[in-house]
Design a protein around this ligand. Structure first.
Ligand SMILES: Cc1cc2nc3c(=O)[nH]c(=O)nc-3n(C[C@H](O)[C@H](O)[C@H](O)COP(=O)(O)OP(=O)(O)OC[C@H]3O[C@@H](n4cnc5c(N)ncnc54)[C@H](O)[C@@H]3O)c2cc1C
Length: 417
């Protein structure tokens, strides 16, 4: 069996772990971020760090690359092609892949591990998207690329917090703003906190609302008993995919509309060092969180004026730069990746009903345009958010990858036998 890995970027240097993320930290402790499924201490021993350390994302990317290179060195049947796949079609004996050089490859099974697409911007005014002051890729824009002066981040999640914290290094001063519809800011991470026992929490999983009510009660109880509400948030991580799978599409939609922003602020927490930097800037009057929705934008000689609406009232701020920090775009129909466009065109994949990613079985097998499951076209990671919801962080991805590897190996054993 041969395994061919395609990646135009250096492996380990996807959107989250590129070279601009040198000072940005992982949002989970090293003890939970091993990429070897059977060895949870692998990252801690590879980097010789403490289990509770939040390593920089740059260092984590280097660890992923080094681990992969070590695995390849021992296995001549595995190799990396440093190109993008731009098309996949079904052939007589499996799939035919075409890469950006025009080379073709055959494969019996294809795993789509395409990661996070840059944030959607089709909801933003045209004048903003066309402006040279607008930066659509928050993960590959260096702080020194931004024009000097005030900065607005659209969104107030972890990416926005990273950008605000990095703003303290700008020499020219200025104020950082975040603007979000909901106005929640991510809670502070406490790396030493561990999950409590889920079964003792009395969580009612039936509907998004019953879940929300019982989680809130469990968090209050935990805090009142001298514990930490984060223990409850952590305990929800394991059962979350099962809970999501048990809800109807209408219930999932209700969760997204009413509760996802609040849940996100409790679940995806900001590293203490980043939080400290944000707090310091806020105290100094250099960080201002705003709530509202952008309705118009216009360029002026002083910058770009952004009009936003909050509770029926219109406000305006003028800034030197605007960074889109609204989170990965899950909607396949607006995803610019040529491979996704080709797969959609050929009808090999389709969008999930909530447009969070790709439609698939809970195992990741793609469902095609006709509704048929293709067990040889398997997705892993963020593309499965519509199906599993919790499908973006390292521990969940490692589990999915392990399940796929075991299945492919068993199938092969069966064929050989
Ligand atoms: C800014 C940011 C910070 C994050 N921080 C954390 C964190 O602290 N902890 C955590 O657990 N998770 C974090 N995440 C979640 C993240 O989803 C995972 O940690 C992980 O990076 C996802 O891995 P992946 O391999 O699916 O995607 P990626 O690491 O993005 O890799 C996808 C790869 O696919 C390649 N590719 C895309 N299209 C093609 C094509 N057509 N042909 C060939 N190759 C292609 C890309 O070049 C890229 O190398 C973060 C995500 C982001 C965006």
């Amino acid at each position: 069996m041969r395994l061919r890995l395609f990646s135009p970027e250096e492996p380990g240097r996807g959107a989250a772990y590129g070279d601009i993320s040198a000072q940005w930290l992982m949002n989970g402790p090293a003890r939970a971020m091993s990429i070897i499924a059977d060895d949870s201490g692998h990252l801690v021993s590879a980097l010789r760090c403490y289990p509770e350390t939040l390593v920089t994302r740059e260092r984590f990317g280097a660890y992923v690359g080094a681990t992969l290179r070590a695995a390849l060195a021992e296995r001549p049947q595995m190799c990396i092609e440093r190109t993008a796949v731009i098309d996949i079609d079904r052939g007589r004996h499996g799939f035919v892949l075409t890469d950006s050089r025009g080379h073709r490859f055959r494969a019996r099974t294809v795993v789509l591990a395409l990661g996070n697409a840059i944030p959607a911007d089709d909801f933003l005014p045209h004048e903003l998207r066309e402006s040279r002051r607008y930066f659509g890729d928050p993960w590959r824009t260096r702080i020194d690329e931004l024009p000097a002066g005030d900065m607005l981040c659209i969104g107030s999640g972890l990416t926005a917090m990273d950008r605000v914290a990095a703003f303290r290094h700008t020499m020219q001063g200025g104020t950082a703003y975040t603007l979000a519809r909901h106005g929640y800011l991510p809670a502070r991470e406490a790396p030493e906190i561990r999950a409590c026992r889920y079964s003792e929490l009395g969580i009612d999983e039936d509907t998004p609302l019953s879940l929300f009510r019982t989680v809130r009660t469990a968090m209050s109880r935990r805090t009142a008993a001298g514990g930490d509400w984060r223990e409850v948030a952590e305990a929800l991580r394991n059962p979350s995919q099962r809970i999501w799978l048990g809800w109807t599409t209408a219930q999932r939609r209700r969760f997204l509309e009413r509760l996802a922003a609040l849940w996100g602020s409790l679940r995806y927490r900001v590293p203490p060092a980043t939080d400290d930097a944000v707090i310091a800037l806020r105290r100094a009057g250099r960080y201002v969180p705003l709530q509202g929705e952008i309705v118009a934008a216009s360029e002026s000689e002083h910058g770009i004026a952004i009009d936003y609406r909050r509770r029926g009232e219109r406000h305006q701020i003028t800034v030197a730069s605007v960074v889109n920090c609204t989170g990965p775009n899950g909607d396949l129909h607006t995803n610019p990746n040529p491979l996704i466009r080709a797969l959609l065109r050929r009808g090999l994949i389709r969008r999930d009903p909530l447009a969070l990613g790709l439609d698939a079985t809970s195992y990741g097998e793609a469902i095609d345009a006709e509704g048929l499951v293709d067990e040889r076209l398997i997705a892993v990671g963020p593309m499965l958010r519509g199906i599993l919801f919790e499908s973006t962080a390292v521990p969940e991805i490692v589990e999915q990858a392990r399940a796929i590897a075991i299945r492919i190996a068993r199938e092969r054993e069966g064929r050989v036998a």
